[in-house]
Design a protein around this ligand. Structure first.
Ligand code: PLP
Ligand code: COI
Length: 340
């Protein structure tokens, strides 16, 4: 199969329409059989639930070309489970897990020419999403929904690639206590837009959000979870009810323990502890693992010992192992890699 003529190594994290997207509609209490469409546009009623009351949830996963030339996805079953949890929280119907995985397979296969080659530094990003599509004017859930998966080739989420970034402690919250921070709802990202635009204006790459109730504990950033390494080489990551349960983070905890023989723990992390950590990184599908070099807390700086030029040694090992598994260079745990 002929790949598209794209300079893969120069693309950033942006949207580029590909040939096909998957579409399925929910009406009269059931999902239709679903189809692949060549049309990137959606026509909606002016009063659609998603437009009026932001009834929308989404996912993010990637398709990779492995060293031996297969196209694979990474743990799509966990994305299926998480979008089901997100949908349930917003009173939306669940798109069944087997159908989710089938839809991922179909849309990746149809867009195989858009899956960046091995070693190019780019991947095909998949964005499954679901939204209320019929008219609602009183505040209530829609009766009709659309589930879609769009795909787009992407490069690094942060411009510098694997270069450490600088973040700041945000004065805004992205989620409320007992709110929707633990699901992947579009509304959480709307909440974070002003904070990210302001962070960029002030010269920072991202925001560190603290827990909205006490503002003493580390939560996550707008689009990734945190991972820290303590001075004695232990991997720690925040535990909170108001952060997204990252699939990358869950995978890294396993990799740290089972592949690297490190201690790894999910626990509450107080912001006051952060200055004593040896390494800091962001983890997520888009972010992969992006090292953090510096955290600015209202003018006071925390600078990690690894500096602003390269990843710290433990984060580098986690990065190499995780991406090695995803690209087929390192044997994966049972069930992690789905060959398309
Ligand atoms: N936290 C937020 C707010 C995110 O948007 C994402 C991205 O999906 C993550 C964490 C990382 O989750 P995952 O590793 O499942 O991509
Ligand atoms: C992802 O990593 O898949 C996300 O959805 C995060 C977003 C900031 C692009």
């Amino acid at each position: 199969m002929e790949k598209k003529n794209i300079d893969w190594s120069s693309i950033g994290f942006g949207y580029m329409p590909t040939d096909y997207r998957y579409v399925s509609n929910f009406k009269d209490g059931k999902w239709d059989e679903g189809t692949l469409s060549t049309d990137p546009n959606i026509v909606l009623n002016e009063c659609a639930g998603v437009l009026q009351y932001s009834q929308s949830v989404f996912e993010g996963l990637k398709a990779y070309t492995t060293e031996d030339g297969h196209i694979v996805t990474f743990r799509p079953d966990l994305n299926a489970e998480r979008i089901a949890a997100s949908a349930a929280r917003l009173e939306m119907p669940v798109f069944p897990k087997d159908r989710f995985i089938d839809a991922v397979n179909q849309v990746v296969k149809a867009n195989a020419a858009w899956v960046p080659p091995y070693g190019s530094g780019a991947t095909l990003y998949l964005r499954p999403y679901m939204f209320g599509s019929n008219a609602v004017i009183g505040v209530k859930p829609a009766d009709e929904y659309q589930f879609r998966i769009l795909t787009t080739p992407v490069g690094p989420y942060f411009k510098g690639g694997a270069k450490p970034i600088t973040i700041r402690v945000s004065d805004f919250d992205r989620a409320a206590p007992c709110g929707t921070g633990n699901i992947k709802a579009g509304l959480n990202y709307a909440m974070s837009l002003h904070a990210i635009v302001d962070a960029h204006k002030q010269g920072f790459d991202e925001n560190m959000y603290l827990d909205p109730k006490t503002r003493t504990k580390v939560e996550e950033t707008g689009g990734a979870n945190f991972i820290f390494v303590t001075k004695d080489g232990k991997v720690v990551t925040p535990k909170s009810d108001s952060i997204l349960p990252s699939i990358t983070r869950r995978s890294l905890i396993y990799v740290a323990k089972e592949y690297l023989g490190l201690e790894a723990e999910e626990r509450e992390i107080y912001f006051d502890e952060v200055k004593d950590f040896a390494e800091c990184g962001l983890c997520g599908t888009a972010a992969v693992i992006s090292p953090v070099g510096k955290i600015n807390d209202h003018g006071k700086e925390i600078c990690f010992p690894s500096g602003m030029e390269k990843m710290g040694p433990v984060i580098q090992k986690l990065y190499d192992t995780l991406t090695g598994i995803q690209m087929g260079r390192i044997e994966a745990p049972e069930g992690w890699i789905h060959v398309i």
